[in-house]
Design a protein around this ligand. Sequence first.
Ligand SMILES: [Zn+2]
Length: 64
Amino acid sequence: MSRIPTKDCPICGKPASEAARPFCSTRCANVDLNRWLGGDYVLPGTEPADPEEIVEHIEQITKH
Ligand SMILES: [Zn+2]
């Protein structure tokens, strides 16, 4: 039984997870979603910065 090959997360480059494909996590999925919704995802008070920072920000918003 072969697994479906997973692509790397387009946001951070980590291996995608089955739960959040094609992303590695829901955090990266949210990053991508925000990019689409807002074009440029600019955080108030921060520079438009790199995905890592965006992920951290979303993690704070969506922390469980
Ligand atoms: Zn990722």
